[in-house]
Design a protein around this ligand. Sequence first.
Ligand SMILES: Cc1cc2nc3c(=O)[nH]c(=O)nc-3n(C[C@H](O)[C@H](O)[C@H](O)COP(=O)(O)O)c2cc1C
Length: 320
Amino acid sequence: MTRPGIDLGDGLRFDPPLLLAPMEGVTDRSFRGLILDRNPGAVGATCTEFIRVTAPPIPARRLAPELDPRPRAAPLGLQLMGNRPDMMAATAVHAAEAGADYVDLNFGCPAPRVYQHCAGSALLDDPPALERLLRAVVEACPLPVTAKIRAGGEHDGGLEDLARRVEQAGARLLTVHARLRVERYQDPADWRRVERAVAAVSIPVVGNGGADSPRSIESMFERTGCAGVMVGRGAMADPWIFGRWRRPGGPASRPEVLAWLGDYAASMERGGATPVHAAGRLKQMLRALDAAGLLPLGPRLPALLRLKRAEAILADLEPR
Ligand SMILES: Cc1cc2nc3c(=O)[nH]c(=O)nc-3n(C[C@H](O)[C@H](O)[C@H](O)COP(=O)(O)O)c2cc1C
């Protein structure tokens, strides 16, 4: 498929308009690197997992390790989450020094530990505070700033107001996760909410939520009129999803999936992950790949999930 790229100004383009969603505990440097490697030319941008900002601001030297090396196959955003405009603005300036291509603000995280601290999705209930925070970051940060919201907290009645405030505050792009905070990750996500946001603002809107196959990515574009689509869990279930949207083809073969897992473990270890940490990430992938049918493991899965080290998992997966 071909869709026009998204121009964010200042030379920043998301082209093609297909984005890898930030996912805490998943989309680390290794995962992002492999997604870009297996989907050449098919991912328009990636983003770090959220970085929680309280006080004091986070220095550039602590942000830099989160970022991919240059040159990058696609622009990389650094995602920040917090509720103090001064701390967020200062950290966004440090993100620019550390080498991010853009800064994204998270207004969608539903985790109680975040929500109770009035950050992430809590700000959906206080649109003026959300706007103030975003404006402070936009004014301070030399990079383009984007925002990612859910469609609301407990209802979606304020969606248009939220979207307009994001635009008024100076964000270059708005991502709408089509679920409410109270809906967590419930299916199906209501894509009419993306369509409503598209109608409410003139900045590009990226639709997100439940686009988990090449066909559903295309139908998100068609049904909502969004400028871009962001894929989250669909990229765990099928790490080739972006390329398959762009150039339709069959699913990856078992040897390709096993090679992906091996490369993933090797990349994590090169990045300093312990074998136990790498094993945890591999198990997360095995569950997703098994559930999606890309690597059917059936009755073997529980035994694999009991293994403690990445190399043991990989050895067990090899054909005997
Ligand atoms: C394990 C996990 C971690 C996530 N972490 C983040 C995060 O750090 N920042 C963020 O904006 N959204 C985060 N999300 C939400 C995703 O970016 C995305 O909005 C959501 O999964 C819906 O898209 P999907 O249906 O394509 O998965 C996370 C989701 C999951 C499942």
